[in-house]
Design a protein. Structure first.
Lengths: 885, 272, 326
């Protein structure tokens, strides 16, 4: 679900085919019949944005038909844990959960805590009033169960226990309701549910694979949560052939979140500190809030200290909180979309696009380009002149001289021209060696960053400004090689892995990391990849037909299946001979098996934890989910998420109509909104935009097309942008196959060709026909083959937990013929490629406001400057591309 | 021993890696990439095999109209098949080639020696599958079964690139056994599969296919012919016609003579 | 696959499951036409040389004078048509085993290259003889050679001319077979095509000879011309019969040739103008207008012969190959 495995991960899909060969049944649930569906045994089409309804329906089916794996659920999930009595569910409040503040659009999450633990459970709501809220590290909050332990009812009868809440929460997600919301039939739902349940249990397991079809929604995180609940109920987590696999978006993006190029994470999934969370003012406060006192994360101090030592070396000491105050602190949400809003507002003045192409890949791409036009300077580092590098002379910019941004283009090296590692979807690190030197001035990203640091450091040298101290305190002792002085990737890997001080011997396991400053580790989860000098496990290639422990290095500690303790029953015996994976050996008094046990290797199943001891001693020998404070898989999330402890079906922010289940909160009540000029939203069921649209990828192209539309062999395979639509919709609109059409959303209108196919079908949603179309978003205005940018249609709107955009479900209108200019002209408050207020004008206006001159007085006193007050709606006849009147 | 491809179309995901790998290995440029248009023929924008496209993935959508009431579960299929030169056991192109440029290699593949070919294009018309094409360099081109790679113990580029092993390379007899097994397995699951390229098809195809529908659905001829089949008969027809022309010619010439002779004997004043 | 199914599929999705069109265009069409004329003129001339009368001498000389230039034009056309013209000799000699000769008798093109070569020899000899006889070539060596040849025993001469006629028949009769030796449904199934092109070669050659002799001032009633005209009539009849036979044998597969614009050209240009009309006029034997005269009939036949080859070669390659393709 939420993915197109065969098309977007064709090489990985070979393993699905191998499984098929051995009798595995493949189910594909997707709005379109794709190349994955062609290989699937079952394909069920559902409307974009309705997956939680479907998955919730599965939960209901599993519970109602008694298909849940009882022993597993009771032992390994928090089904028995009792939740605070103040908790009110979305079933009680018609879509809302308890604790909602409608003015701040935020939840006070304390009523969601386990009964009796609220005092020790972080509250996710902060009372912040804008979209720029910070948020805590999702999923593993710093709960203090040592002092405030939870209570449970192993009989699962207590009305406040998770199990009963679960049952009530999904009681209305019947097959008929699922069919009504999703647009499938109850019979289709039934077959899927039955097949899934038949293939789960002691003897069999089922796996889910998802990708951005699930994540790119205003309820993206909750989508995955629902799948987690389904799999936990079926006993599919931690077992071979089970689990939930995130098919990451592109090569090594897993590594990108591990080593954290995301603003809200430090490497190893440590939360980046924020000034808006008072606890983050000190290291101790940070630890208190971010690290639970029980479970494996109780070791978090060791990882944070080792990390700080990695970055700040000698400047990180016991007497200065290990350099914690040197870390830059976030002041809000600095993810992609808010960053571009900040560009518009003149807050962000410089920007580096490194291997990134927001002019095509960014939501509301015209708005984002306009943000670039407001910068003072911009650097683009890429292998071709991308649309972003060339944003200032895009075809719809009538007057490039109106853009004052100074643009630098630095040519980059490609993967075969550098050493490095890839971390894939399975957390597997695989090393790749440089095969050829990059030509001319092209340089690797490591070279660029390394030498940028050297030069900046030289510029900062001798500064007495306290703001410069953190930068000057960074350790940077990577070895260089060759005439280009390329930083040795292996020496960076060694720092990421970690080593002891002062002798710099690599650390072999993260269990050996210390909080006394004697160890360094750039990312504790990777510790073990470089266990000895000269031994790079990521480069090892000893494969086999099963777990292949000798191939690459899977973090953590080369454990291939996480939580694999759950592949054995509470007594330590495998659930079945057929599915044995890791089990307790009474003779050796340790856990053994085909994988590295994801558990304390010598802790017996019989061990009974004591909460007050804290750490891993608080967890039983049956608590397989060691990263959770209570060692249990969370059917209910008492903390860590800002939009609800239970996933619930909310309609996409722009959707075809009412929410069949809830009236008070039909859409995510805490979704991140961006009420800025050029980003108009429509209300659900807006008749002007009645067609559901989703965006997706094709095998032949890659992302924003930089790596495929410049390659002739790939460009000719899919030369033109198209919109896929059903014959029913095509007939309705008088559109023929390969005709030109115009697709419009409130943001803009674009032209493309139509590909009419029965692989798309109209959906019957809540009693009426809802059409859906889809567009591959690979095209832009540069390359061998060019086309309109699809992401100009989407809006800036995001999931509140991680601010991921909602690119997979919104609404559009379809017109026959090439009418983009005309249609766009009729869109109030559409996005324009130049900022709505010029920078200089804005600065002048701000200066005047500072001096107390009102807008009205301004208007009459300024004749040479054109100052426009940002209007919520633009005049209908404003020409596209030229804004200054 | 004959080597070739066994293409199991039931595991083809239509990724076109075979097309790109072939272009890359053989250094074949793209066909006017900036000028190509969307064909509208499913995801197939290549159209046919050609002098530059030695692999061509076909897409056949088989989706019933009632899917919008009943969903896709019953009978919806999207067939995908990577077309290539079949390297026939009895190859039409090889038969007609007048320069001997087309030869059979030690791997039993059919290979065009482009240093011999003079571009007469008889092979284009002779291949019943529409494989061979004339290039802009005036010579005929088609899949070489990566002859250069085979000579170094490697497998063809497309087979190596195929992520799902839809294209498998090896000894034809061994591959055929695999295909038979697969057809039987599919049959046991209620899927009608047949092998296209046993010796009933122009004596056998060294690059054969496992299909789940009639060959015509995939654009393959159900009963391909060989160009030499009717040549003898046609030559016979010519001979017969020649004889007929000779006879009627002789009759016309003699008759005139007889008439002349008789006229000569008649009255001289009748002459003009 | 049955011809009708193949043809239907080809119509629906050209180039799929059927051979790619070989892009044989005007060079090949003209080659067929001129080749037929060269072959026919030589064969007729040789036949009359063998068994004709003194008054046929003009015909013989005209025929012999046409054969070689016609052949040379054919050869030139074929060479230009090749993708790599400089390699034309690869069809006669194994390019990798020079000077080993190469002949694949089951391949009509290979066979044809040798037929052209052999016929060329006969055409050359005939041409030299004709120009010497006409007094155009004042070269002692050539005159002595021709005289020498004349002195050979008549058996040799008969055998030579007989072989030459055979060579001419081969040239005229193999071109259609060249098209049959493919797998395009219209051509592959057109077994009578070899004979048809041969008959057309004969009828157009008779027509060309008549035209040239009329230009020289011969009267239409001249017996030498009349016998040509008669033979032409028979050739036309045979040709018409073969057209009917071809259409019957092709059945639905003939669609590209008999329908659409090419179909119109076929019915009007080939059948009516090229066959039926000349036949009717021949039977009516009228001298009243130039159109109805021998000259007019001859022109109609020539037009018909060219259009026949045009339609047969181009129609089955439509739409991938346009009608003006060289």
């Amino acid at each position: 679900m939420g993915s197109n495995f065969a098309e977007c991960h064709p090489v990985g899909f070979r393993w699905v085919m191998k499984a098929k060969e051995r009798g595995c049944k493949v189910i594909h649930i997707d709005p379109r019949f794709t190349r994955t569906s062609a290989m699937a045994d079952l394909h069920v089409a559902i409307r974009s944005g309705s997956d939680i309804a479907f998955l919730g329906g599965l939960v209901n089916y599993i519970l109602t038909n008694d298909r849940w794996f009882k022993e597993y659920v009771v032992a390994y999930t928090n089904a028995a844990t009792i939740v605070a009595p103040e908790y009110q569910d979305s079933e009680d409040l018609d879509g809302l959960f308890s604790g909602y503040d409608p003015e701040g659009r935020v939840y006070d999450t304390s009523s969601w805590a386990y009964a009796g633990t609220a005092a020790g459970t972080p509250n996710m709501g902060h009372g912040a009033k804008s979209a720029n809220e910070p948020h805590s590290k999702e999923g593993n909050p710093g709960m203090d169960l040592r002092r405030y332990p939870p209570r449970s009812d192993p009989t699962l009868q207590d009305p406040h226990c998770v199990f009963q809440i679960l049952k009530r929460h999904y009681a209305r997600y019947t097959p008929e309701m699922v069919a009504s919301i999703c647009g499938c039939t109850p019979a289709e739902f039934d077959i899927v549910a039955r097949t899934l349940c038949d293939n789960s249990g002691r003897e069999r397991t089922s796996a889910f694979a998802y990708a951005v079809g699930w994540t790119q929604h205003t309820v993206g995180v909750q989508y995955i949560r629902t799948a987690g609940i389904v799999q936990a109920l079926l006993g599919n987590i931690g077992r071979p052939g089970g689990g939930i696999m995130a098919l990451r978006g592109h090569a090594t993006i897993q590594g990108s979140t591990d080593i954290a190029t995301l603003y809200n994470l430090l490497p190893g999934y440590l939360t980046a500190p924020s000034v808006q969370i008072p606890d983050h003012d000190t290291l101790e406060g940070w630890l208190r809030r971010e690290m639970p006192t029980t479970g494996w994360w109780a070791n978090g101090r060791k990882y944070m200290v080792s990390f700080l030592k990695a970055w700040y070396g000698d400047a990180a000491r016991a007497d200065n909180e290990w350099g914690y105050q040197l870390l830059p602190k976030n002041v809000g949400d600095h993810s992609h979309m808010p960053m571009f809003v900040a560009m518009h507002e003149g807050v962000v003045k410089g920007f580096m696009a490194i291997g990134q192409n927001p002019a095509v890949g960014g939501q509301n791409a015209v708005y984002q380009r306009a943000g670039l036009a407001n910068l003072d300077w911009m650097v683009a580092r890429d292998i071709f002149m991308t649309e972003t590098a060339d944003f200032w002379r895009a075809p719809d910019v009538k007057d490039p001289s109106a853009i004052q941004t100074e643009v630098f283009f630095l040519p980059a090296a490609t993967v075969p021209e550098m050493d490095g590692s890839f971390t894939n979807t399975q957390r597997l690190l695989q090393w790749h060696d440089k095969g050829v030197e990059s030509p001319g001035d092209c340089r690797s990203d490591l070279w660029f960053t390394h030498h940028l640091y050297q030069r900046l450091r030289a510029l900062y040298q001798g500064s007495t400004n306290p703001n410069d101290v953190p930068f000057l305190s960074l350790t940077w002792d990577f070895e260089e090689e060759g005439p280009r002085r390329e930083p040795k990737a292996e020496s960076i890997l060694k720092e990421v892995n970690g080593y002891t001080l002062p002798d710099r011997v690599p650390v072999a396991a993260f269990a050996d990391l210390k909080d006394d400053g004697s160890t360094v580790s750039g990312a504790w989860i990777y510790t073990g990849v470089y266990p000895k000098d000269g031994v790079n496990k990521a480069a090892s290639r000893n494969g086999d037909d099963w777990v292949a422990l000798g191939w690459g290095f899977a973090w953590p500690a080369n454990r291939h299946i996480l939580y694999n303790r759950a592949s054995a029953d509470p007594s330590g015996r495998p659930w079945s001979e057929r599915k044995k994976y890791v089990w307790w050996s009474e003779d050796e008094k340790q856990w053994v098996g085909y994988d590295i046990p994801d558990f304390q290797v010598t802790k017996p199943p019989s061990y009974r934890g004591v909460w007050s001891r804290g750490g891993m001693d608080a967890l039983d020998g049956t608590d397989a989910f060691i990263m959770k404070p209570d060692g249990k898989a969370w059917l209910f999330a008492p903390s860590g998420l800002v939009d609800g402890p239970m996933p619930t079906h909310y309609e996409p922010w722009e959707g075809p109509g009412a929410n069949a289940l809830y009236k008070a909160a039909p859409r995510n009540p805490v979704a991140k909104l961006f009420n800025v000029v050029g980003n108009r939203y429509i209300d659900p069921g807006d008749a002007a935009f009645p067609i559901v649209i989703s965006t997706y990828r094709l095998t032949e192209h890659h992302l924003s097309g930089v790596m495929s539309r410049w390659v002739p062999w790939l460009a000719e395979l899919q030369p033109e942008l198209f919109v896929e639509l059903s014959p029913e919709l095509a007939r309705e609109r008088g559109i023929g196959n390969t005709d030109w059409v115009t697709v419009a959303t409130p943001r803009t209108a674009i032209e493309c060709k139509a590909l009419v196919t029965r692989r798309l079908k109209p959906f019957q949603v809540m009693g009426r026909t809802v059409h859906q179309v889809g567009m591959p978003w690979h095209w832009g205005y540069r390359g061998i083959v060019t086309g309109a940018v699809v992401n100009t249609l989407a809006s800036l709107v995001g999931d509140p937990n991680v601010t991921i955009h909602e690119g997979k479900a919104f609404m559009c209108q379809l017109h026959a013929g090439r009418r983009a200019e005309e249609v766009a002209r009729g869109l109030p408050d559409r996005a324009l490629p130049l900022p709505h207020v010029g920078r200089r004008e804005r600065q002048a206006a701000e200066a005047m406001i500072d001096r107390g001159i009102t807008l009205a007085e301004q208007a009459s006193s300024l004749d040479e400057l054109v100052v426009k007050e940002p209007a919520p709606y633009l005049p209908l006849d404003a020409p596209i591309g030229v804004y200054h009147g | 021993m004959a080597k070739g491809f066994y293409t199991d179309t039931t595991v083809c995901i239509g990724c076109k890696a075979c097309q790109v790998a072939c272009h890359q290995w053989n250094g074949l440029p793209a066909e006017e990439p900036g000028e190509r248009e969307l064909t509208g023929d499913s995801y197939d924008n290549t159209g046919t095999l050609s002098a530059l496209n030695w692999r061509h993935v076909k897409f056949i959508e088989q989706i019933p109209e009632d899917r919008h009431q009943n969903g896709f579960l019953d009978g919806s299929r999207w067939l995908m098949m990577s077309d290539v030169c079949k390297h026939c056991v009895h190859a039409g192109c090889l038969e007609v080639c007048p320069t001997g440029a087309i030869i059979r290699t030690e791997f039993d593949s059919v290979f065009i020696q482009t240093d011999v070919c003079n571009g007469c294009r008889a092979c284009l018309a002779a291949c019943p599958f529409g494989v061979v094409d004339i290039g802009s360099d005036g010579k005929a081109h088609k899949c070489t079964l990566c002859y250069d790679r085979l000579q170094h113990g490697m497998e063809p580029a497309c087979a190596q690139a195929c992520p799902t092993d839809s294209i498998r390379f090896g000894e034809v007899s061994e591959l055929m056994a695999l295909a038979e097994q697969r057809a039987a397995d599919l049959g046991a699951h209620g899927i009608q599969a047949q092998i296209y390229g046993k010796d009933d098809i122009v004596g056998g195809l060294n690059c054969f296919y496992l299909l789940v529908d009639k060959p015509e659905v995939y654009g393959l001829p159900a009963k391909p012919e060989l160009p030499s089949s009717n040549v003898a008969a046609a030559l016979g027809g010519s001979a017969a016609t020649a004889a007929l022309l000779a006879i009627t010619g002789a009759v016309s010439f003699r008759k005139r003579r007889m008439d002349d002779m008789s006229r000569d004997e008649s009255a001289p004043e009748d002459e003009p | 696959m049955s011809p009708p199914l193949m043809a239907l599929q080809w119509a629906v999705n050209p180039g799929s499951g059927v051979p790619l069109p070989p892009r044989w265009g005007w060079y090949v069409i003209l080659y067929f036409f001129v080749g037929g004329l060269a072959a026919g003129c030589y064969a007729i001339a040789a036949a009359l040389d063998l068994a004709g009368e003194p008054r046929d001498r003009d015909t013989v000389r005209t025929g012999y004078l046409l054969a070689l230039p016609g052949l040379l034009i054919c050869t030139l056309l074929l060479i230009i048509d090749l993708g790599r013209p400089e390699r034309f000799w690869h069809m006669l000699i194994k390019s990798k085993h020079v000077p080993a000769l190469l002949l694949k008798y089951w391949s009509p093109i290979s066979l044809g290259s040798w037929i052209l070569a052999v016929f060329g020899l006969f055409a050359f000899v005939a041409f030299v003889g004709a120009v010497v006889d006409a007094g155009r070539l004042r070269w002692r060596a050539a005159e002595r050679a021709v005289a020498g040849v004349r002195r050979l025993p008549s058996g040799v001469r008969v055998a030579w001319l007989a072989l030459g006629i055979l060579a001419g028949c081969a040239l005229g009769g193999y071109t259609g077979v060249l098209l049959v030796g493919t797998t395009r449904p219209v051509w592959y199934n057109a077994i009578p095509l070899g004979g048809l092109f041969l008959a057309s070669a004969a009828s157009t050659s008779y027509a060309l000879l008549l035209l040239l002799l009329l230009r020289r001032g011969r009267a239409a009633a001249d017996p030498a011309l009349v016998k040509l005209s008669d033979a032409d009539g028979w050739a036309l009849l045979i040709e018409l019969a073969l057209v009917v036979l071809l259409l019957l044998m092709l059945g639905a597969v003939a669609r590209p040739i008999v329908s659409g614009v090419y179909g119109a050209l076929f019915w009007i240009g080939v059948v009516i103008v090229g066959l039926v009309l000349p036949l009717l006029l021949h039977v009516r034997h009228s001298e009243r207008s130039a159109f109805a005269g021998l000259r007019g009939r001859a022109v109609l036949v020539l037009i018909g012969g060219l259009v026949l080859r045009f339609v047969v070669v181009m129609a089955p390659q439509w739409p991938r190959v346009p009608p003006w393709h060289l």
